[in-house]
Ligand binder design. Structure first.
Ligand code: UDP
Length: 324
């Protein structure tokens, strides 16, 4: 199969690229390198470009043949989306609309889309199933919910087959040590915990310790990046015999507080991570934990990194010796 991976130089996309190549597929990466790294996309051919560049996108899709598109390009920081909402709607909604139109013109009708747990807002239940109401509380979540809506409309109007995968908290790194998470500035919890473990001067800030959770800090469901990538492979297979727009929640089904992640990192690294309490971060819901039953049943997917220590351990290997 020939697969276009939009955002394949980024954190999750680059893990997907390697998995597709290992399975024998041909892969082209389209990435503007705003947050991605060309080294991360290295094993595939890379087209540097932006989804807002419509002529470039149309030329790529009409001059090369693709069987499916996997779309990771997005701005994805909750806090930043609150302060810069237009950038989120422009990149995530308009950029995706451009991609969908170019796909239609090129008669490509299979898409796997990176969605997020942030579409659920403040959840009503402990475990979030796909039937949970979509009620985002920040512009990042809203931009992804809007695209999910577009995909449902595109299925009805144009026969587009799509799978929206709602990631909970992506974490960890490929065990090869060749790729991993690298953002500047880094805002995610596990990399920041490990940076603090590596250099005691990088004191970790714990955003909010007055939430109604078991220790007052936010609860998240951390899922290994290679487990997310394998779900995309399953989604491509699923579209071979399922039409329409589908949605799946992807997590381990277990939540950890920020303090529990710090404690697990101590067990993995042997370092007591220096931290201080800071005010709540805008847009953060207190608890986000996935029910992954639908993905297990319908995609025949299951996570392999089920322990938080194993996820942190793979990230630790990367952060001690990052290539980019
Ligand atoms: N967090 C924190 N300190 C940090 C980074 C994150 O306390 O340096 C908290 C954050 O407020 C949230 C959780 O860790 O409750 C996970 O945040 P992250 O940015 O990793 O992912 P998100 O849930 O926003 O997608």
């Amino acid at each position: 199969m020939r697969v276009l991976v939009c955002g394949g130089a980024g954190y999750i996309g680059s893990h997907m690229v390697r998995m597709l190549l290992a399975a024998g597929h041909q892969v082209v990466v389209f990435d503007n390198l705003s947050t991605g790294h060309s080294l991360a996309a290295e094993p595939a051919s890379l087209v540097v470009g932006d989804l807002l560049d419509v002529p470039l996108l149309e030329t790529l899709l009409t001059t090369q043949h693709f069987d499916a598109v996997v779309h990771f390009c997005a701005r994805s920081l909750v806090g930043e989306s609150v302060s810069e909402p237009y950038a989120y709607y422009e990149n995530n909604v308009i950029g995706t609309l451009n991609l969908l139109k170019a796909m239609r013109a090129a008669k490509i009708n299979k898409l796997v889309f990176s969605s997020t747990a942030a579409i659920f807002g403040d959840p009503e239940s402990e475990l979030i199933a796909e039937s949970h109401p979509v009620r985002p509380i920040n512009p990042y979540g809203s931009s992804k919910a809007m695209v999910e809506r577009m995909l449902m409309d595109a299925a009805r109007a144009y026969g587009l087959c799509s799978v929206a995968l709602r990631y909970f908290n992506a974490a960890g790194a490929d065990p090869s040590g060749e790729i991993g998470e690298s953002h500047e500035p880094e805002t995610h919890l596990i990399p920041n915990v490990l940076r603090a473990a590596l250099d005691g001067r990088n004191t970790l800030k714990v955003f909010g310790h007055d939430y109604a959770t078991r220790d007052g800090t936010c609860v998240r469901d951390y899922i290994h990046v290679n487990d997310l990538a394998s779900a995309h492979t399953k989604a491509i297979e699923f579209m071979a015999n399922h039409e329409g727009a589908h949605q799946f929640n992807l997590g381990n089904g277990r939540g950890f507080t920020v303090m529990e992640v710090i404690e697990a990192a101590r067990r993995v690294t042997g370092v007591r991570v220096p931290f201080e309490y800071a005010p709540r971060r805008a847009g953060d819901p207190p608890v986000l934990v996935a029910s992954n039953a639908k993905a297990r049943e319908q995609l025949d997917w299951s996570p392999t990194f089920t322990e938080i220590e194993a996820i942190i351990e793979s990230a630790w290997r990367w952060h001690q010796n990052p290539r980019f």
